[in-house]
Design a protein around this ligand. Structure first.
Ligand SMILES: Cc1cc2nc3c(=O)[nH]c(=O)nc-3n(C[C@H](O)[C@H](O)[C@H](O)COP(=O)(O)O)c2cc1C
Length: 452
């Protein structure tokens, strides 16, 4: 019998050798695995064993500004996501493959072509996380002195996505004939130039890759500012986000889904997945000790510089045990706005000192940390899910490979037993796992409109 209860969607978020900022120093972490294929293969296969909807690989095409802390004491180096995902497509069969590519520092034709290729090679499992990139120094790797303004980044992102989706639609589904007998490879009437001329891009098309198994790869978005939400409401099918409390998550959920109607979309065409960093122990005390052990591995200068970067202020100039200084309104910030606001709200709400704020956010970078038994973690996920806080989660293992193994072996079975999570994949594509329909082909819609 088909399952009718609403179920969680889960992403397994890859972040270096683990999400905790000190993961690489943790005794159980395979830090040497960072640039080996087997490390990621094990991750993807474990997530697939846990029936995750997808794995997700983040990306920023730059190193943070302060090399003294970032390179000396953290692990800011990464393999490029699409290269990695292409390899992983060949050692997995069902799990979705999501990766970040920046709309500020790439070209839409490249992006459309790469994700369409990945969708074909993985038989319908590709997803693109379209981010505007918050790290300002990135501009200097791409021949630009200044990072575009926040609002202009989103204007560019909107046009970027418009071009990419048009390119994905430029081949109609039945354009390919591959008829050896007649010699007809494809029907030219079903392959369309897109002739896009806009403020940021001029792209003729069509794409050099035919329509993909998912129709279009799944579109993900990860900015939560007001502008980011409008962008997501218009185009995104999955949204990654970060919240500390259920109330914040609910407010965001309602705010974002409430905007979709404006764009003629229904609420179920978008899945919202906040991040959660689970620290698992067989008893609560053991989990708390594990979390404390990870925290002890964070050198003081690392945490302070990370929070200083997000808040765009040098906190080392202030007393560690004093209050977080007055900070400008998010409107004046040109990096990522929503994470900035999250930290400011947290500091104010709980009246944290600088030391306390640093201790609270360095581990998970502003995402929610839950340390407890598998039952407690499952209970937390269930509570956010059934109370309108989300459609699922991005699971962020604190260290690898053990952090994901434990989640799959200990938490997933509880979610399954409660009927909150699949025990088998029912489809083969990522769209099917997420319960997302294929968006209508723009060229067919246009033709229908002209004939009506
Ligand atoms: C789960 C998650 C994943 C993210 N992944 C990336 C990423 O891979 N690359 C990136 O530059 N930003 C990433 N971001 C951050 C934002 O999408 C992005 O930097 C954006 O500029 C922030 O936009 P905002 O001002 O609308 O919040 C991620 C955010 C979340 C919550």
């Amino acid at each position: 019998m088909a399952h009718t209860q609403r179920q969680l969607h889960l992403g397994a978020f890859v972040y270096g050798v683990g999400h905790h900022i000190a993961a690489w120093r943790y005794p159980e972490t395979n830090t040497q695995g960072l640039f080996t294929f087997d490390f990621y293969k094990r991750f993807a296969q474990t997530a697939e064993r846990g029936k995750f909807d997808m794995i997700f690989i983040e990306d920023i095409p730059a190193l943070p500004e302060h090399l003294e802390t970032s390179v000396q004491y953290t692990v800011p180096v990464r393999a490029e996501p699409l290269t990695l995902l292409s390899g992983l497509a060949s050692v997995t069969s069902r799990i979705g493959l999501a990766g970040t590519v920046s709309t500020t520092y790439s070209e839409p034709y490249h992006v459309a072509r790469k994700f369409a290729s990945l969708d074909h090679l993985s038989r319908g499992r590709a997803a693109w996380n379209a981010v505007t990139t918050s790290m300002e120094i990135t501009s200097q790797n791409f021949g630009q002195d200044h990072h575009l303004d926040h609002s202009v980044r989103y204007e560019r992102a909107e046009e970027f996505v418009e071009v990419v989706t048009s390119l994905w639609d430029s081949w109609e589904e039945d354009a390919l004939h591959i008829d050896k007998a007649s010699g007809l490879f494809a029907d030219a009437d079903k392959v369309h130039a897109i002739d896009h001329r806009g403020r940021f891009f001029n792209v003729k098309g069509p794409l050099s890759v035919p329509r993909t198994p998912q129709g279009r790869p799944v579109l993900v978005q990860a900015g939560s500012s007001d502008t980011g939400q409008n962008f997501a409401a218009k185009t995104a099918e999955v949204v990654f986000t970060a919240w500390q409390t259920l109330e914040e998550a609910q407010a965001f959920y309602d705010s974002l889904k409430g905007r979709m109607e404006r764009y003629g979309r229904s609420r179920d065409q978008l899945k919202i997945l906040p991040g959660v960093l689970p620290v698992i122990g067989s008893r609560e005390r053991e989990a708390k000790e594990k979390e404390a052990q990870l925290q002890e591995l964070v050198l003081p200068e690392v945490g302070l510089s990370m929070v200083s970067r997000t808040l765009r202020i040098d906190l080392s100039a202030y007393p560690l045990d004093g209050p977080v200084p007055d900070l400008p309104d998010a409107a004046e910030i040109n990096g990522g706005k929503s994470r900035y606001q999250l930290l400011v709200d947290m500091a104010r709400r709980e009246q944290l000192t600088i030391r306390q704020l640093v201790a609270r956010v360095t581990g998970a970078r502003g995402h929610k940390t839950i340390s407890g038994t598998p039952e407690q973690i499952a209970g937390h996920l269930e509570s956010w899910f059934v109370n309108g806080g989300c459609d699922g989660f991005n699971i962020m293992p604190p260290y690898l490979p053990g952090g994901l193994d434990e989640f799959v072996e200990q938490v997933i079975p509880i979610l399954q037993a409660r009927g909150l999570y699949r025990t088998e994949y029912s489809g083969t594509t990522l769209r099917e796992h997420l319960g997302l329909s294929v968006p209508d082909n723009k060229f067919l819609l246009k033709a229908r409109h002209q004939h009506a």
